[in-house]
Ligand binder design. Structure first.
Ligand SMILES: Nc1nc2c(ncn2[C@@H]2O[C@H](COP(=O)(O)OP(=O)(O)OP(=O)(O)O)[C@@H](O)[C@H]2O)c(=O)[nH]1
Ligand SMILES: [Mg+2]
Length: 201
């Protein structure tokens, strides 16, 4: 059973600059950081009230924001074992770069292995979040609800996203958007809450 009463724990992972800290902060207090400070180790954030958006509500226990360098995967592994929702973030802006694709394939392949070895909580879910969609000409001013499906299709055609989907499997939700503004973060969070609600039943 989904441990809603205790609150849901989130783990944010993904390469450097993919938006982990931005989304972590937004989930924590609804604000968007002004400056980019690269995260060195794992930071655990707490949120006291439920997050509520357009009729969707979720109690959050902890939000673990992690470093994005390749060696951080060891810290991800430990945290992943105790998390309910694993958010893997990929930047659309870098998703065609071959070394980035390789990195994403390695990370998501590890996630798949941890799950197949039974190291993750049975009820836990992985969600793929594609950020920086505002870099695509169709979404310069954000991804509105009506264009979410279009953004998802565009994102899935990018090599790094395709590689991640191949490793994580077709059931893994893909949310493509932007974290550049408060409105854009709200939109991504709404779609995230929707995906969590529908994948958990
Ligand atoms: N335009 C745009 N900028 C973004 C988006 N997401 C994040 N950023 C910016 O990208 C930079 C990196 O974002 P962070 O959230 O700090 O990335 P991170 O994954 O925590 O990075 P590390 O801690 O270095 O691994 C910041 O300047 C953010 O404002 C996005 O969707 N669009
Ligand atoms: Mg960070």
């Amino acid at each position: 059973m989904w441990p809603q009463s205790k609150g849901t724990s989130f783990l944010l992972i993904g390469p450097i600059g993919s938006g982990k800290s931005t989304l972590a902060r937004f989930l924590q207090d609804g604000t968007v950081p002004e400056d980019y400070v690269s995260t060195a180790g794992t930071r655990t954030l707490a949120r006291s009230e439920d997050i509520a958006l357009d009729g969707l509500r979720l109690k959050i226990s902890v939000i673990a924001d992690t470093a994005g360098h390749p060696e951080a995967i060891r810290a991800w592994h430990e945290k992943a074992k105790e998390s309910d929702i694993l958010l893997y973030l990929v930047s659309y802006a870098e998703a065609s770069d071959s070394s980035y694709v390789k990195r994403v394939r390695r990370d998501t392949g590890q996630l798949r292995d941890w799950r197949s070895k039974g190291e993750l909580r049975d009820h836990s879910r992985t969600v793929l979040i594609v950020t920086h969609m505002d870099r695509h000409e169709d979404f310069g001013d954000g991804v509105s609800q009506g264009r979410a499906n279009h953004a998802e299709r565009v994102a899935r055609s990018a090599p790094a996203v395709a590689a991640a989907v191949k490793e994580l499997g077709p059931a893994c939700p893909v949310i493509a958007g932007s974290l550049a503004t408060t409105a854009a973060c709200t939109d991504v969070t709404f779609r995230l809450l929707t995906a969590i609600e529908s994948s958990l039943g």
